[in-house]
Structures are given as C-alpha cells and as structure tokens.
Design a protein around this ligand. Structure first.
Ligand code: ADP
Length: 369
C-alpha cells in the first residue's frame, strides 16, 4: 500500500491552474485518506474565487495518482475556501459544541453530471430511523406525479435504501469513461451506492470518504435533463453531512422528523446546519405523526403530535405536512411498491403529493425571486 508521503510527493509535482507552478508552491492544501482497501481519497482545498480552473488540476492529480504503482483507485475532490471577507457562521455539532462552518457555494465548480439539473434538493434528518428515506422516495415520486423529470441520489451511504424502495437490482452501466448511467424505476432515475457495494456488508466510511463518494455520484452520473434531483442525505449533522451541504449546489433542504421532543432537537440541528452554509430550508415534515387504528378507527398520537409544526413556526421555516404511522407505508416500502405510485389515492400518498406540490412551488418561487 502507498504511503501518505509518496502520495503527497506525487501531488506536489502536479502543475497548478497556470500549468507551470507546481502544487507545492501554490496555496492549495490537500487532505489525504487511504482506505483499508488501498483506495486513495484526496481533497484539495483551493481558493473560492478561482475554483473553476482547478477542475483540470483535479483531473491531473487523479491521473498522476493512478500512475503511481500501488494506488488501487484514486478519487480527488475540490473544496473551496471561504472568501476571506465572509464572517464565519456557526454550526451545531452533535455534542452541542459550536464550530465554525464555511458557506462556500459561490466557489463550487459546476459538477459536470449536474449541468442539466434545475434543482438539487436534500432530504435530511437529525438522526436515523425517522423515515427520511421513505419520505425522500415518496417525495420524488410525488414530484414525478406532477409531470416533472426527477432523479434520486441515495447519499445515505451508511444504509442505502433506495434499491429496496424502488425495487431495483443490478449494476449501473458505464456510459463513457467513468460516467455511470443511473437505473430507472417508476419514471425516476436512481443512483445508489447500494448498486455497487454489498448493502449487507458493514462499511466503515470515514467523513472525507463519505463526502468524496457522494460528490463522485453527483459528478460522474449521467443524470441528463432533470427538474429536480432529490438527495437522500446520510442521517445526522456530522462532518460528512456538513461537507456535503457545503460542496453540493443545493437549492434547498427538507428536514424529516418524528414528533417527539428528542427527535426535534436533532431536527433543529439539521436546520441550523443547512442555514449555516446558506442552503434554504424548504420545510419540515412530521413523519409517524399519528396512527389511525384500523380496528376501532380511533386516532392515537403514539409519538405525541404536532411537535414539528410547532418547531417549524419557532424556527420561521415552512411546515410541509404530517405523514401518519401507517402499516401500508411500511409494507409497501419494504416490497419496493411505494404508496405514491401503488396506492395513489390513499391518504398518506395524497399527503406526500401535497408535500411535493409545496416543495416544487417553493423551488420555483425562489428561482423566480
Ligand atoms: P431513515 O431513512 O430515517 O433511516 P427509513 O425511511 O429507512 O428511515 O424508515 C425506517 C423504517 O420505518 C422503515 O422500515 C420504513 O418502512 C418505516 N417507516 C418510515 N415511515 C413510516 C411511516 N410513516 N409509517 C410506517 N412506517 C414507516
């Protein structure tokens, strides 16, 4: 396996954007991660103002690393520095400690695969298990039902669930070079790390690897023309999520929460994280909001109710809707038969479709404004 020093030496010999000055004489800083399987992940931190010309440097570093004997595969990502004039905002880490975050949207080089994508939106949650992926899938299908061209990127690489939710198996084909063709189901284009790694094998992803893998899926997938690309984020508000929110040209974020107080604390962190990096919050969704007993028809608020609506009002963001705890949602999701397409008139499906309408009008308004 290659040493960090050998990788650093290789990077430093690559010319910078002027084609002459070698990287070790430029201001670019690099972070190197060597995965257990020998794959090399490099992040180049470059000045925000001229991030675009660094794209060819990124490719050159990738080529140089591949030429080194012993490097299994190399992936290089650019991240841009915050403009010096911008005041550092504050983000909330899971341990409650405040950390500076960097809004670097202005410096994001346009990712090739996204050239024809109108809006990229994130579906996020402060923690796992609240129904984020189920919501992302049905929201995407609700947008599709509006006649829009929709893609879904399963960035929840700790627990990719889109292959199951969309009943998709198989591997994406290579279109050209390293560009992959997304799979398709129910009229949506879908890409998931679950198509390329065995979802049953535990994967020990580290923060920078998560960010690199996601950027690669955004960049190297032939998404084609889309109105909306829905990104199912990894749960939580750690470094990987923050990097992803910084590096992706997100038009907005939808935050999913269950109604209890504890879940809402995490949801609040999610809202704060996106706001810190300048991503608008499209709204909060309350999942598992209530339960209608199919025996007695009575409504039960199993995890309490209304917390997300109240939280949204407190935070000054939109409230998008309440999705019931519903056995049909669970059963159909597990079978790869999402309710929005297979039970479109059911109350939960109608709620998802209403949420999709609100999200779409929010996106269009922002574009118009
Ligand atoms: P996350 O992405 O937040 O980890 P998932 O979307 O994978 O959560 O959902 C976790 C589990 O809860 C899944 O089995 C899913 O089918 C189920 N689930 C999600 N939302 C609902 C709901 N509204 N009613 C019933 N089951 C749900």
């Amino acid at each position: 396996m290659l040493s960090r020093e050998a990788i650093q030496a290789c990077i430093s010999r690559v010319p910078g954007p002027d084609g002459k000055t070698l990287l070790d004489q430029t201001a670019a800083a690099s972070a190197i991660v060597i995965a257990a399987d020998g794959k090399v992940f490099v992040t180049l931190t470059v000045p925000a103002a001229d991030a675009a010309p660094w794209e060819k440097v990124r490719l050159a570093v990738e080529t140089a690393l591949r030429g080194l004997g012993g490097a299994g595969a190399a992936s290089v990502t650019l991240t841009a520095e915050r403009a010096p004039s911008a005041a550092p905002p504050v983000s909330f880490k899971p341990d409650g400690a405040k950390q500076p975050a960097q809004p670097i949207k202005a410096g994001i080089p346009k990712l090739a695969g996204l050239a024809q994508v109108r809006h990229v939106i994130a579906v996020a949650s402060g923690k796992g298990g609240v129904g984020k992926s189920t919501t992302a899938c049905n929201l995407a299908l609700g947008l599709r039902a509006l006649g829009l061209k929709v893609g879904v990127l399963d960035a929840d690489i700790y627990g990719p669930s889109m292959p199951k939710l969309f009943a998709l198996k198989g591997q994406p084909e290579i279109v050209t070079g390293r560009t992959l063709r997304p799979l398709e189901a129910y009229g949506c284009k879908v890409m998931s790390i679950g198509f390329v790694v065995d979802a049953d094998k535990g994967m020990a992803w580290r923060g920078p690897m998560v960010a690199s893998a996601i950027t690669q899926m955004l960049r190297d997938v032939a998404w084609g023309q889309l109105d909306v690309l829905v990104v199912d984020m990894p749960p939580g508000t750690g470094d990987a999520q923050l990097t992803m929110a910084q590096q992706t040209p997100l038009a907005g974020a939808v935050i999913v929460s269950t109604p209890q107080d504890l879940a809402l604390i995490d949801a609040r962190r999610g809202v704060a994280m996106f706001q810190d990096v300048g991503v608008p919050i499209l709204g909060l969704v309350e999942n598992m909001s209530f339960f209608i007993c199919d025996g007695c028809g009575k409504r039960h608020d199993i995890f309490a109710h209304g917390g997300a609506r109240a939280e949204a009002a407190k935070l000054g963001v939109a409230f998008l809707g309440e999705i019931p705890l519903d056995i049909e949602i669970r059963e159909r999701s597990d079978a790869g038969l999402p309710v929005v397409v297979t039970a479109p008139d059911s109350p939960p499906a109608q709620t998802y479709r209403q949420i999709a309408r609100t999200v779409w009008s929010g996106l269009e308004k922002r574009t118009a404004g």
